[in-house]
Design a protein. Structure first.
Length: 114
């Protein structure tokens, strides 16, 4: 009888361990919005592409691709290393930029800091 109780306790602990392992809360790439950090600001990248003619002067480059939210200038969680960042033509502010990713151009907007 005692052996049976030990066996049941072992199975119960094994089941709890498996449940805890399967509920791993690690964040995936999809848990963060597509973004990069440039000039001490986070820019959110739109998924749809725009016409390349809307890209103006080159102002930066992605220096590192990371898995989480960008924390340092030049980091991105979607754009590859060496992706170029451009000013948006006909826009004097830096609230909207253009980033070249995988041969396409995407509008990106400065994230509001609240």
């Amino acid at each position: 009888m005692r052996r049976y109780i030990h066996y049941l306790l072992f199975l119960l602990m094994l089941m709890v361990a498996l449940i805890l392992i399967s509920c791993n809360s690690s964040m995936s790439l999809d848990d963060y919005p597509a973004s990069y950090k440039w000039n001490d600001a986070i820019y959110l990248i739109e998924s749809s592409s725009i016409d390349p003619s809307q890209a103006g002067e080159e102002v930066g480059i992605i220096t590192d691709q990371i898995a989480g939210m960008p924390e340092e200038n030049g980091e991105s969680n979607r754009a590859n290393k060496d992706s170029k960042i451009y000013k948006l033509k006909m826009n004097e502010t830096l609230d909207k930029l253009v980033i070249q990713m995988d041969g396409k151009y995407h509008l990106s907007e400065k994230m509001n800091e609240e």
